[in-house]
Design a protein around this ligand. Structure first.
Ligand code: SAH
Length: 468
């Protein structure tokens, strides 16, 4: 240990850093990083302190040193921020699912807005654009409609909850404050009833046992409930009794599904899915649009905020009923169907074939015949579609974290739709792409951050662009 410390101290000296590993110091926290860590400085050297908040004076121990920045562990808060709150969740520190519960909710919303502004300025060189205050939740708890819970075993039965940070040790949990209450109830019923029948949990180490994960889905608007049991084997012992008892104990249960995953993998779902009891789908509505949700469907996890986000996208699209709209990265068609209510025609493109199947089913479910969906890469399908002489009046993009492909951005610039609505889950790639669109003749008009994931650092935005 002494040797090791010496080595680190040498390292600090070689790098010419003002602090050493394990050194205890006091810091003033100036900012919050995009990961939600407090940011302090020692003689200009940046130190990240998980759990510390802007404005706080803290005592820390340096844990990790790199050339440009280091990390420190929070030891003591010398003077606390006015925005510091007692995290209501008893397992907050061990879980790691939420990172901002110790931060006042209104302050979280301001932080997210600032994060977007900083990215636009720093990466996009975009100045003077209105970034509206983040649209938050009236009640920022119990907002998720889907839980994926790993199952383990302790003496006395099954446990299920979350993996302790940076490990695969399962910690039992009765309740998760960002999940719908019904989700807690479903998981607890599965643990109780499956324990009673002696159904063994899957064990990663030996690759034996049966029950790997329980996935729950809740239709917020309809109250409909789904349980997915992910098993390491085709056979589920006591299947009949288990399922019948679940159905008896859980009002509003509509579907019990088994998914079989026999691989040694961290991926939750396997390839085979079968309905054990009830329906293949549960239903939910966002605004006036109805969605069918299967065990494997991707569906937005915060339906309350999704409605606000998509209403904003619809407002920014400014549809009159005459427009041809393209929805790139359309998933199961959530935005497409929302826009189809007001557009002449919507064309949705998505890379995952199952999602397109769902999108088509959802269009039919809502009796919408002015939507068309195609499987493929947006950056290939849309340029080809444009080459055939098609045009969009409004282009909507909702890409994954890595942002839009350049070929797609170039097609937008060539095709010159009057409006572009950019929905983004990553402010840094958003800023990069906005710069390309600005250079290609677009003007960023306004930006609306929406808080889809309270108590985490994620931030979603809708952006309106006009052709100059
Ligand atoms: N708009 C949808 C989903 C957005 S998430 C909704 O709100 O539900 C981004 C989607 O882009 C995912 O469904 C992902 O499968 C898809 N995707 C990723 N890369 C793609 C590409 N190159 N072309 C088309 N779709 C892609």
């Amino acid at each position: 240990m002494a040797n090791k410390r010496k080595q680190h101290n040498n390292e600090a000296a070689v790098l010419d850093l003002p602090v050493e590993k394990n050194q205890q110091i006091e810091l003033t926290i100036e900012d919050l990083s995009h990961e939600g860590n407090g940011v302090g400085r020692v003689e200009g050297y940046t130190v990240f302190v998980p759990g510390a908040l802007p404005g706080e004076r803290v005592s820390v121990a340096i844990t990790k040193l790199k050339k440009q920045y280091g990390y420190a562990r929070l030891l003591d808060i010398v003077s606390a921020s006015e925005d510091r709150r007692e995290p209501p969740c008893p397992i907050y520190k061990r879980c790691g699912g939420c990172t901002l519960q110790h931060f006042d909710y209104q302050a979280q919303l301001s932080f997210k807005r600032k994060l977007v502004e900083d990215n636009l300025r720093r990466i996009g060189k975009i100045e003077g654009v209105t970034v509206h205050p983040t649209i938050g939740m009236d009640n920022p708890w119990r907002y998720r409609n889907k839980a994926q819970v790993p199952i383990g075993e302790e003496e006395g039965g099954l446990i299920g909850g979350f993996y302790a940070q940076r490990s695969h040790e399962i910690i039992d949990m009765e309740s998760c404050l960002i999940q719908h209450e019904k989700s807690d109830f479903l998981v607890n019923q599965v643990k109780k009833i499956a324990s009673k029948y002696g159904i063994p949990a899957y064990d990663e180490g030996s690759h034996r046992g049966v029950l790997r994960h329980v996935v729950t889905k809740v239709g917020f608007a309809t109250g409909e409930l789904m349980i997915v049991l992910i098993t390491n084997s085709d056979k589920l012992p006591h299947q009949q009794a288990l399922v019948e008892e679940l159905a008896r104990e859980i009002p509003d249960l509509k579907s019990v599904v088994q998914n079989i995953n026999t691989k040694r993998t961290n991926v939750i779902f396997g390839d085979n899915t079968r309905v054990l009891w009830g329906e293949e789908y549960i239903y939910d509505t966002i605004g006036d649009v109805k969605f069918a949700i299967s065990a494997r469907s991707f569906y937005q996890v915060n339906p309350v905020q999704t409605e606000k986000l998509y209403s904003k996208a619809l407002e920014y699209a400014g549809l009159t009923g005459q427009e041809n709209v393209v929805d790139a990265y359309c998933g199961i068609g959530t935005i497409s169907l929302f826009l189809a209510q007001k557009a002449k025609k919507v064309f949705g493109v998505e890379i995952v074939p199952d999602a397109i199947e769902d999108a088509k089913r959802n269009a039919a479910l809502n009796g919408m015949d002015n939507v068309e969906f195609q499987v493929g890469e947006a950056e290939k399908v849309i340029p080809a579609w444009y080459t055939l002489g098609n045009r969009a009046d409004v282009m909507v993009v909702d890409p994954p974290r890595k942002g839009c492909d350049e070929a797609l951005l170039q097609t937008i610039i060539d095709m010159k739709p009057e409006k572009v609505v950019y929905v983004s889950c990553n402010p840094s790639t958003l800023a990069r792409d906005l710069r390309i669109l600005e250079d290609g003749g677009y003007r960023t008009v306004e930006v609306q951050p929406v808080d889809m994931f309270p108590h985490t650092t994620h931030v979603e935005c809708v952006v309106k662009l006009y052709l100059k």
